[in-house]
Ligand binder design. Structure first.
Ligand SMILES: Cc1cc2nc3c(=O)[nH]c(=O)nc-3n(C[C@H](O)[C@H](O)[C@H](O)COP(=O)(O)O)c2cc1C
Length: 252
């Protein structure tokens, strides 16, 4: 329970990912507003090192649904792909005859990831403030080479996240988060001495949430969920590092 409250905190604390949408596209004005909200996010070294691709072609949307395995995304009111982007700044480097080496470093790849991720969350928060909802989708990484080809992404770009936004057709219950003592420490990393007990309580909370939620209910605690994640195939995204390097990143 947050100690303070206001409309923004209320909205943040009531966030849930939306995966069922009304059949209603976003307007141009809504899309432009969401992009503007993204653009005003903090950006590392003011380098604005990400781009956003709006998917308007139904065939491309269907292919992204195939890649992610999330066929419901075709029903979203709008689909964005958030792209790490040092290509634009490479053009500036070239125009000024400047050595572009730094754009290829791990540091700059991370900066692109931070910029794109923070901008993604700004879109989510702005969308929710407009009565919309959505889901961030890392599952476009299932086949990043195909996404790169689909969107014609040049060197020094990489598709990081999808973002499905639309008018919610349901209102899922909020998922309980970890007790703060398990994830917020003073001065140094210190899991609490009663870590196991606190985790057991949290597992029970999460199990209660999954057991009682209105759709897709199941028996699952947080610990079960993490263990299940660890059991996921390594095969699907095993070419990720090679693809990121092929795009010209992480060359240091
Ligand atoms: C980086 C990132 C990637 C995600 N990828 C997916 C995804 O591919 N598919 C999906 O259904 N949800 C995805 N999500 C949504 C999470 O599953 C969701 O945020 C989490 O379960 C917490 O639920 P909540 O957002 O309803 O609170 C992603 C979230 C983040 C931040």
């Amino acid at each position: 329970m947050a100690l303070l409250t206001n409309v923004i905190l209320d909205q943040l604390l009531n966030h849930t990912s939306i995966r069922h949408f009304q059949d209603k596209p976003l307007t141009k004005e809504q899309v432009q507003t969401l992009i503007e909200a993204a653009q005003h996010a903090s950006t590392s070294t003011f380098s604005q090192q990400y781009s956003i691709v709006s998917i308007t072609d139904p065939d491309v949307k269907a292919q992204l649904a195939d890649i992610t395995g999330h066929h419901w995304l075709v029903n979203s009111g709008h689909f964005f792909v958030m792209v790490a982007d040092q290509y634009r700044n490479l053009q500036i480097a070239k125009a000024h005859d400047t050595d572009p080496y730094i754009l290829h470093t791990t540091d700059k790849f991370l900066a692109s990831v931070f910029d794109a991720a923070i901008a993604t969350q700004n879109i989510m928060v702005a969308a929710e403030s407009m009565g919309l909802g959505g889901t961030i989708m890392g599952s476009i990484l299932n086949d990043s080479k195909r996404v790169i080809d689909l969107l014609d992404l040049p060197e020094l770009t990489f598709p990081l996240l999808g973002l499905a936004i639309g008018y919610p057709a349901d209102q899922p219950e909020t998922k309980p988060r970890l007790p703060q003592a398990e994830m917020h420490f003073d001065d140094s990393y210190k899991l609490p001495t009663d870590f196991d007990e606190q985790l057991a309580e949290y597992d029970a909370d999460v199990a209660k949430y999954y057991g009682s939620r209105s759709s897709n209910g199941r028996i699952e605690s947080f610990s079960h969920h993490i263990v299940a994640e660890l059991g996921r195939s390594h095969e699907v995204r095993k070419e990720l590092l090679a693809t990121i390097k092929r795009q010209g990143f992480l060359l240091d």
